[in-house]
Every structure is written in C-alpha cells, then in structure tokens.
Design a protein around this ligand. Structure first.
Ligand SMILES: Nc1ncnc2c1ncn2[C@@H]1O[C@H](COP(=O)(O)OP(=O)(O)OP(=O)(O)O)[C@@H](O)[C@H]1O
Length: 256
C-alpha cells in the first residue's frame, strides 16, 4: 500500500476577530503520498495559504487533525521545508551562508560540513559560482533559488511552497517550474504547492486539489496522468488541455 507523507482529516479553521468568527477552512480532507507532488489550486481567499500554514505548524487547526507520517503536527519542524513568495533571505549574508543558516541548530555537523552542504544545494538549484553573492547582487529568480536550496538543505520529507513564483516574470517563472521538477526528482521529497495558476498546477503536479472559497473547501481532486519527465511541450498536448478544461469549468461553476 502507498505510504502517506501527510493526511489532513476534517480540518476546520476559524478566525475570530472582535467577537465575530470567520470560517476559513471547512472540513478539509486531503493526503500526500511519498514522493508525490500535490498542488492546491483555487481563487484568492479560498484558504490555500491558511492550509499550508497549518501544515507548516505556524498556526493551529480549530477542529480535525493533520498527520505527518502518522504524527500530529503541533509546531514547525525540520521534517518540513517552506518556501514563500517573498524570498526572506538575510541581506547581510552570502548566498551560501543564507543556506547554511538553516542548519544553525544542527550540532551534529561541523562548520565545514554545513558549508559543503550549502554549496551542494546551491549547485543543485543552478547557482554554482554564486555562493559568495549577496542577495542584493542577485535577481528575483536567483534569490528564490537560494530560498529553495535553504528549504532543501536539511533534507525535509515534505517541501511546502506558497506561490513561490508569484513575484517573478513569465520567463523566469517557466525556468523555475522546470527547476522545481528537477529538484523534486533529485531530492525525492514530497511537495505541497500552492498556486492560483492553472497551467502551473497541471504541469508540476501528480494530483491537484481544486478549492472553492467562502468557506474554503476541496471542490475537486484531479489526478494528472501526464507522462514524466515532463517538458514544456506537454502544455500544448490534447491531454493537458483536457485537464485545463476540467479545472476551468470547475472554477467557473464556483462563480455561479
Ligand atoms: N490571521 C487571520 N485572521 C483573520 N482572517 C484571516 C487570517 N488569515 C487568513 N484569513 C482569512 O482567511 C481567508 C483565506 O485566506 P488565505 O490567505 O488562506 O487565502 P488564499 O487562498 O491563500 O488567498 P491568496 O491566493 O489571495 O493568497 C481569507 O478570507 C483571509 O482574509
């Protein structure tokens, strides 16, 4: 039987403000298998980031539970790497130091080992030769590569990505999508990827959960059976367009 990296069971998230409560997530059920790439796709405000923050352990569920390898999530941990839209690098540190910073509390590795790991992951994301650059000397795409290397350096089982390419131009975004596919294959982690870009979700994912808003619910689950490894041309195929149509029809029906 396939192993589940993550299982969310009847997850409810309510926010309270000035005695009023707001239901952001309404009985969410989902799972992510080992080495599986899963996207959360949906309109603005449907609760994608809220759900990802719960999985990251940055916030708590109101009801239900989220299990990571059968253990309930209660706080952030090194079993999950997180990449946000904002790169959040430390501007006074070199690229490699930003990556090694993630290993700061790891007492089992020497400084030299941490440096070597940082160099290895910077090479994996295509930044060989830029180890000593400062964030201010790098483009947005390069900074996001550093952020991905930083999330991978402690080899998490699950990588959480919240619209990581939202701030990038179209061409850089395409390059980063291919980079994520390559890194995902090599790092052999599972991925939970948040996006509102339909093409991006289909291109990258093994499965897509389409969400609806007010309250946030899982409206549809779609298995993407496109051949792997994928390259950009697949986006012109009949199969790809079939998935795109199915998702767009679902999103359109939510507006009625
Ligand atoms: N800390 C909070 N307090 C109160 N309401 C919140 C809080 N965080 C999120 N919300 C509300 O929960 C809903 C879901 O927000 P969330 O950011 O998760 O949506 P999203 O699908 O990620 O949207 P986007 O695609 O625009 O980033 C929104 O209506 C938002 O205003």
């Amino acid at each position: 039987m396939a192993v589940n990296e993550l299982v969310a069971q009847s997850v409810v998230k309510e926010f309270s403000h000035k005695k009023k409560s707001f239901l952001a997530l309404d009985h969410i059920n989902l799972n992510i298998g080992e080495h599986e790439f899963v996207s959360l796709l949906g309109p603005s405000g449907c609760g994608k980031s809220t759900l990802l923050r719960l999985v990251a352990g940055l916030d708590k569920v109101s009801e239900g539970q989220i299990l990571l390898r059968d253990q309930e999530i209660s706080k952030p941990g090194r079993d999950r790497g997180v990449v946000f839209q904002q790169y959040s690098l430390l501007p006074w540190l070199h690229a490699w130091e930003n990556v090694a910073f993630a290993l700061k509390k790891d007492k089992t590795k020497s400084k030299q080992e941490k440096k070597e790991l940082a160099f290895h992951f910077l090479e994996l994301v295509g930044l060989k030769g830029f180890e000593d650059a400062y964030p201010s000397q790098m483009s947005g795409g390069m900074q996001q590569r550093v952020a991905i290397a930083r999330a991978l350096v402690y080899k998490p089982n699950l990588l959480l990505m919240d619209e990581p390419f939202g701030a990038l131009d179209a061409q850089t975004r395409k390059e980063m999508q291919d980079l994520v596919l390559k890194v995902f294959t090599e790092a052999r982690s599972s991925v939970l990827f948040v996006t509102h870009d339909v093409d991006e979700a289909i291109y990258l994912s093994d499965r897509v959960y389409v969400m609806s808003a007010k309250p946030g619910r899982i409206a549809k689950e779609i298995k993407i059976d496109l051949p792997k490894p994928r390259d950009w041309n697949v986006q012109l195929s009949e199969e790809f367009l079939k998935y795109k149509r199915e998702i767009l029809v679902e999103l359109q029906s939510q507006k009625k």
